[in-house]
Design a binder for this molecule. Structure first.
Ligand code: HEM
Ligand SMILES: *[C@@H]1O[C@H](CO)[C@@H](O)[C@H](O)[C@H]1NC(C)=O
Ligand SMILES: *[C@@H]1O[C@H](CO)[C@@H](O)[C@H](O)[C@H]1NC(C)=O
Ligand SMILES: *[C@@H]1O[C@H](CO)[C@@H](O)[C@H](O)[C@H]1NC(C)=O
Length: 331
């Protein structure tokens, strides 16, 4: 009897010791992202973001698309650390890379940030703002909503060269797309799902004009694009056109829906990177399924993949900082 009691006391002590080790070990002590990270430190945070977004988008609905894209461009360069928001100082920042010159809505991020600073100074990171804004932008234009994990810190570095190295060009082939996603812990399915964001927004003619006029440098067209669609696009985009905007989903570019997959399945994806989804068995079957079923799983899938994307390379715990202004590192 006595030995049994002794054993259970020893056993309890052992467990407490192990738990203590885990808690004190820096590898386990670091905080990770979680839903509701600001529940105690800034309970109104998510409501404030949403309020600003609904107000803004009711006046300027076309800002939803570039704000969704902004989170993607943040996460693919140095992780989701708000680096896309920093403006150039001693070096050229990500913002100055050509693919980011057509990002819009930085002033909305600033508006959200100042509302949050008023309510809870120095608490909510700009990287988290981007993740929350992307969710609220999607939901406001009739897309899905999802629970956003928060707790990111802001980075202090932003480099145009890194944007150049890490952002995918519209000419990327399927091998490159898959590799780039997998290097960041995203799957082939995530690629097929997240590309569905191209159901909203606009593109400049220069992002796909090669497909219409000079695909292989011989004045030819891209054989992977529907010839009737090429004809239509040529009416809008003349060779060398640097300014005209084209709707990604003609006639319905302001609503987040599953039309993207119908377009891609009909070889009417705007970019080579969209058309490339038909070059891999898994992405192709995802496209075909969503096209055939009116996007049966797309909305749910999109939320899941956005949460995964939001985890790329995040700074948490003691790493990074909470910027006072999203466009500048703290002094
Ligand atoms: C898979 C590789 C991708 C490539 C190569 C790509 C490329 C592009 C390009 C070239 C544009 C047009 C820019 C312009 O000419 O103005 C664009 C627009 C857009 N992209 Fe992507 N993209 C990709 C993935 C994504 C992802 C993952 C998202 C979000 C989850 C996204 C969201 C958007 C949105 C919403 C727009 C419209 C922006 C606007 O209206 O200003 N894209 N993308
Ligand atoms: C895909 O693009 C990469 C470079 O981005 C290139 O090395 C590769 O040869 C291309 N693959 C195909 C099948 O064209
Ligand atoms: C087509 O591309 C080739 C090779 O890049 C270039 O030499 C030629 O000038 C281009 N033609 C047009 C009409 O842009
Ligand atoms: C478009 O931009 C390119 C590069 O900046 C320039 O060389 C070209 O002249 C411009 N074309 C037009 C029609 O403005």
């Amino acid at each position: 009897m006595a030995t049994r009691k002794l054993f259970s006391v020893l056993f309890l002590q052992l467990i407490m010791f192990v738990v203590l080790l885990l808690v004190l070990n820096p590898a386990y002590a670091h905080e990770s992202l979680k839903v509701g990270f600001y529940e105690k430190s800034c309970p109104e945070a998510e409501a404030i973001v949403k309020k600003v977004m609904v107000e803004t988008l009711s006046k300027a609905p076309t800002l939803a698309a570039p704000l969704i894209r902004m989170h993607f461009h943040d996460c693919f360069v140095r992780g989701c650390d708000g680096s896309v928001l920093l403006r150039s100082s001693t070096n050229q920042a990500e913002k100055d890379f050509v693919s980011n010159l057509n990002l819009r809505g930085f002033q909305i991020i600033d508006r959200v940030k100042s509302a949050l600073e008023k309510a809870c100074p120095g608490v909510v990171s700009c990287a988290d703002i981007l993740a929350l804004v992307a969710r609220d932008a999607t939901a406001t234009i009739k897309g899905p909503s999802w629970e956003v994990e928060t707790g990111r810190k802001d980075g202090r570095v932003s480099s145009e060269i890194e944007a150049h190295e890490n952002l995918l060009p519209p000419t990327a082939n399927i091998t490159r797309l898959i590799r780039s996603f997998q290097e960041r812990g995203l799957s082939i399915k995530d690629l097929a799902v997240l590309s569905g964001a191209h159901t909203v927004g606009t593109s400049h003619c220069y992002s796909f004009n090669d497909r219409l006029y000079n695909f292989t440098g011989k004045g030819d067209t891209d054989p992977n694009m529907d010839p009737n669609y090429i004809k239509r696009l040529k009416k809008k985009c003349k060779p060398g056109d640097n300014t005209t905007l084209v709707e990604m989903n003609p006639g319905n570019f302001k609503t987040f829906d599953e039309d993207y997959y119908t377009l891609v399945a009909k070889r009417r994806g705007l970019f080579q990177s969209d058309a490339a989804l038909l070059d891999n068995a898994e992405t192709k079957s995802y496209v075909k399924l969503q096209a055939a079923t009116g996007g049966s799983t797309f909305f749910d899938d999109f939320g899941v993949s956005m949460v995964k994307m939001g985890r790329i390379g995040v700074l948490t715990g003691k790493a990074g900082e909470i910027r006072k202004q999203c466009s500048k590192v703290n002094k």
